[in-house]
Design a protein around this ligand. Sequence first.
Ligand code: FAD
Length: 442
Amino acid sequence: MSPALDTVAGDAELPAQADVVVIGGGIVGVSAAYELAKKGLRVALLEKGRVGAEQSSRNWGWCRAYGRSLPELPLARHSLALWGAMDAEIGLEAGFRRTGLLVVTRDPAELAHWEEWTSRTRDYQMRGRILAPAEVQELVPASAERWLGGLYSPDDGRAEPARAAPAIATAARRRGVTIHQECAARGLETTAGAVSAVVTERGVVRTDAVLCAGGAWTSMFCRRHGIDLPQAGVFASACRTDPGPEVTPGGVHTPGYAFRRREDGGYTVAVGGAGRVELTPQGLRYARKFLPLFLKRRKKLTLGIGRSFLSGPEARASWSLDQVSPFERTRVLDPPADPRLIEAAMGRLRAAYPALAGLRVVEAWGGLIDSTPDARPVISPAGPLRGFFVAAGFSGHGFGLGPGAGRLAADLVAGDPPIVDPAPFRYSRLVDGSPLRPSAWG
Ligand SMILES: Cc1cc2nc3c(=O)[nH]c(=O)nc-3n(C[C@H](O)[C@H](O)[C@H](O)COP(=O)(O)OP(=O)(O)OC[C@H]3O[C@@H](n4cnc5c(N)ncnc54)[C@H](O)[C@@H]3O)c2cc1C
């Protein structure tokens, strides 16, 4: 079931030409389109389904810098600053609230790891702090559980996935971006080693710059043009409840469940890190590169074979540009929620918070999280084609990073000084034999 999502007005006519074509209307694509338009460029955004309908409306809505790997921290912090200014900037509600986020544990080794991370991030002006058991209790007095400790990050917060990408897309459109939904990009035309056009199901747009922000579909799109992008997906599940008493203004992550307060007074609830990996042709292709990441997370993952072997972003596919492409065959990737994970998360939440015992699930949904082998996104020119850029592989934390990632991608496409050092996000690290160690917390 697709979660609730605001709608975005689109443009019927494809432009014959654009300075930049953005492929993908998730949080990253719409943020990049907005920033590119702000730079005065003519932008067309192509979305095969609806703006925000894949990962960007299916996530928990956590916007966090805590737990990020050090190379990612400047982008995470920049993104949080953009979130903080978002509603005033776009003149619409994206739902961001700087509520603080809390993660708790009973594992001494985990707590020691957080302490070390906190000390290593001092230079980044992070205000996160380690909490003693009594301090955790003060933050969540309604909890019947006791913890060894926690990490609280007051600068982090939450936004509303149902609203954010549509609101940014609407603001981008007001700045002149044309938005084309139900309009898949089938592939690129090239001239002398450079991008010269994007072929869509509704016609051709001439351009010499393309940003592919296609989420889980990016590797398939790249492969069509001989560009190798190691990417793998994990099916995750989440749900939302009806309104209930406020036991935290932000989000709480525990080993068995995670939840965050929503603007509508309910909660978004899930089991953190849990999901299903399906065997696919793309998965087999990149298995060796993903093995360390898989081993690190295997306790919470199940492995199986399902429909994604034959259809969806990781299936084997070939098509010519005048044929229906796999992108059109799956307008919105809408995997089912795993009922066992939803029941487990809700059961633990209700038991831990007697005040929430009466909460009911209103909607549950699945989503395919797209990862890179080192759990860090690619925001970079990709492959040998001049004018081709990728922003994908956000590895389960691209909603919070989205606005900053869009800004960085726009800087790179426009040839402007980048807002943060782009080196940690370069494409080449995934294919040039660089060691690919999964980042600290994923
Ligand atoms: C259950 C779950 C919980 C999560 N929780 C969090 C969280 O709390 N915080 C956080 O920061 N992140 C979280 N994430 C991750 C986050 O949602 C993603 O990292 C982020 O939304 C990625 O944004 P995106 O724009 O790259 O991709 P997407 O939102 O997937 O958008 C890509 C878009 O590209 C379109 N597309 C693909 N190919 C084509 C084509 N050829 N032509 C036209 N359009 C195309 C797709 O239809 C899609 O709409 C979670 C993810 C899930 C599934």
